[in-house]
Design a binder for this molecule. Sequence first.
Ligand code: FES
Length: 566
Amino acid sequence: MALGMKKGLTSYGDAEFSLFLRKAFIKAMGFSDDALARPIIGITDTASDFNPCHGNVPALITAVKRGVMLEGGLPMAFPTISIHESFAHPTSMFLRNLMALDTEEMLRAQPIDAAVLIGGCDKTIPAQLMAAASVDLPAVVLPVGPMLVGHHRGEVLGACTDCRRLWGRFRAGEMDAAEIEAVNSRLAPTFGTCMVMGTASTIACMTEALGMALPGSATIPATHADRLRAAEEAGRAAVRLAQNGPRPSEVMTEAAFRNAFTVLQAIGGSTNALIHATAIAGRLGLPVDLEAFDRIGREVPVLIDLKPSGQHYMEHFHWAGGVPALLRELAPFLELETQTVTGAPLRAALDAAEIVPGQAVIRPRANPISVGGGLAVLRGNLAPRGALLKRSAATPSLLSHEGRAVVFTSLADMEARLDDPALDVTPDDVLVLQNAGPVGAPGMPEAGYIPIPRKLARAGVKDMLRLSDARMSGTAFGTIVLHITPEAAIGGPLGLVRTGDRIRLDAEARRIDLLVDDAELRSRQAAWTSPTPAPARGYAWLYHHHVLQADEGCDFDFCREEGKKR
Ligand code: FES
């Protein structure tokens, strides 16, 4: 197979002329023939003025290029879409598949022998791994790394668990406008991804366990010199991958995904990660068995004491030994001979893990944060194809709960009525949000963290059972049932719930049920009409007609190995 500049020539009907022309143009950049004869390492430039999480990408690219050249390759950075959580309308999830398509096609189109995929903010690494899986081009993921923590009045702050916690205090009248404004400047004090165990941190840790990132690279703070050294090493690794592999399909095997899911449970990670991992695995034809995932959750303890499930932040996890030290603690649950982008099996990362005496972030198996893992898969007549509950961030007394439904039929309805003093709601009720799934909103917003109605928040209510077909930020907490599948907007049972119905959660039995008899549900189903009109054109049209449900990773049907189920 042709490599380097000879790879994937532009079609002019004369291959030699295509190469002649390509070299003529690239020489305008001053490259020598020697440089152009080297293995070419593509580097994704995902920096953008809208993406502070990726603010260190220019420096990382410089360091990756150094590593590539030290190893004898030719580094070539190229831009792809950059997605930041707070600058993506309607949601970053709506755009994840677009980034996957963009990255995939750029990896295919350009003469790249291996790639360094620099990503970090929530949807970016999932999109890049989806692309790498589809192209099956050797690639190493380089996370941008987490932010350092912030401080306010002696308190340590982290984006964005503390964004939500302090906003909740402001809503409850416990904090005034001047103070919440001061906090606003201190929650995200450096470049890098959210420094709690949110989606970005979760995905970075899982990517390391999956074998697609270098050992230790998930947790190094974005602003530290070690992050640049990791970037240099990623460049070197990519040159070796170009020459000897392994390819993504040889790294991301079923066993590697089981390892990644074990880590997801042990870190009390983000619910979003299950959707992303399902999408990545789907690109490789590997179905994710939700019951098997739940079994991992019952067996694997939560060992990482990080917000939102625990106390600490990513930089503390790093100095406690990071993912390699966690993997060593999890060794009995892992398959250690899986391949990694270092060329060595996962076992090598465990063997080299730093032992940090007295650290309090990575708990031993004998003294876990909680005995069952963080995430539970629910079924029931409300969620025939599954729903997810983050047990480690829930209120234990609400894990078995029956209450009256208070229904919001859309995000707009919720926004209009939630804080109405006349809203008929009590702390024992179950808040239900409909039509906020992949198709419904669209883009499955992180709206599952339904705020506590203001009048209850002011009365001191901190948590209620909340249900939706939406997602929630990995930085959020509460007794929140998410990803209810199929979603309301395509006729799922969630769309049939009415205010006043009774709903029962039994987390131990993994059940979420609507206590309405079947005849009544059939009559409601017969009267149901879709509340979501199809967009007329463009990417929104493509998305509406082809996005899959949460249990299939919300990928596009035409990007998976098998066709769509919905
Ligand atoms: Fe980018 Fe949290 S907003 S990782």
